[in-house]
Design a protein around this ligand. Structure first.
Ligand SMILES: C[S@@+](CC[C@H](N)C(=O)[O-])C[C@H]1O[C@@H](n2cnc3c(N)ncnc32)[C@H](O)[C@@H]1O
Length: 314
């Protein structure tokens, strides 16, 4: 069996394995009101003996076996809201709030993941991690403190247990870096949620080697090298947004933290095609968070979400 402990032992990272195992066990022992419901959902996943897996164009598992798909759909609905996806499991299409495949399309052409050991910080339910494996990555370790997203990942890991992908149900700040850094470190959609964005960049760097590559995706605003937005309160209805820098300001942050070879590879305005309400995420979504008469602004009269992807080396 392809366990995380075995993978880390091969790399002589037994101590680190113990460290993260201790923290993860502690986190999963907490009393969380929804945990029994999510665990029960996982226990109801059907046994399937023969199936095909496609991770290169999408995240899709198919089988010729006869399954009770109504029951499978109900089981997966127990794990709503599905924010990231889409996923396809034995005939059930999980149409998540985000069409995460669109971000992957914008990003994948700029990076080479062949044989890379990857750390994906704030990995959500692991959608991108699966796509990383589909792009030839050697292994993926995700870090994600949200236990619902962690259980969504486990629903797929249930069938993909032999694949070298794992999620630690932790925050980046809780974890000490291992003695060998990762080849590629991703931080997508996390920086603006951090009240200490410089500390976040320093932390990411601590998990890298001299040769590693950082993939940083975050919200940005238009503006010069002195521009950064700190919302007075909410941003697009999110309560936990702290700093949204301009591209030039973010380049300064990256340089001052010590990153080199900084490259901006994508800028895109988030559309209501990419982020929207579906049957798998029935709360409000981007269309409700934009200004009703001007989609260049959020409902709070701030610049509408625009995102950039940077690559950099340590
Ligand atoms: C906006 S989502 C982005 C998910 C995914 N990376 C993407 O790009 O679509 C941010 C994720 O980061 C996670 N997160 C927030 N703070 C974190 C931290 N300190 N360490 C690790 N993950 C964190 C959140 O739980 C959430 O799932």
């Amino acid at each position: 069996m392809n366990t995380l402990a075995a993978h880390l032992n091969e790399l002589n990272l037994g101590d680190w394995s113990e460290h993260i195992n201790f923290l993860s066990t502690q986190k999963l022992a907490i009393k969380h009101g929804d945990l029994p419901r999510w665990r029960q959902a996982l226990s109801k996943l059907p046994t399937v003996n023969n199936y095909q897996v496609n991770l290169s164009d999408e995240v899709k598992l198919t089988t010729h076996e006869q399954l009770d798909t109504k029951q499978l759909e109900q089981t997966l609905q127990t794990l709503c809201p599905w924010r990231k996806g889409p996923f396809h499991l034995f005939g059930i299409d999980i149409d998540s709030e985000w069409q995460s495949n669109l971000k992957w399309q914008r990003l994948a052409k700029h990076i080479n993941l062949t044989d890379k050991r990857i750390l994906d910080v704030g990995c959500g339910n692991g959608y991108y991690g699966f796509r990383m494996l589909g792009s030839g990555a050697k292994s993926v370790i995700g870090i994600e403190p949200n236990l619902l997203f962690y259980h969504q990942f486990l629903a797929f890991k249930h069938y993909l247990n032999d694949l070298p992908i794992w999620i630690l149900p932790l925050t980046l700040e809780q974890i000490n870096p291992p003695t060998i850094g990762f080849d590629t470190v991703f931080s997508m959609g996390v920086l603006y949620h951090r009240s200490d964005p410089i500390g976040h960049l320093q932390n990411l760097r601590a998990f890298m080697t001299e040769q590693s590559e950082l993939v940083l995706e975050t919200l940005i605003i238009d503006g010069d090298e002195n521009s950064v937005l700190m919302p007075k309160d909410r941003y697009a209805q999110m309560r936990n947004v702290w700093f949204i820098p301009s591209i030039l300001m973010l380049e300064i942050w990256l340089k001052r933290v010590g990153f080199k070879n900084i490259r901006l590879v994508d800028i895109s305005t988030t559309s209501t095609t990419e982020q929207r309400v579906t049957n798998w995420m029935q709360f409000q979504s981007l269309a409700d968070f934009l200004h009703p008469h001007n989609h260049n602004l959020t409902i709070e009269n701030l610049p509408a979400p625009k995102r950039a992807i940077f690559l950099a080396n340590k």
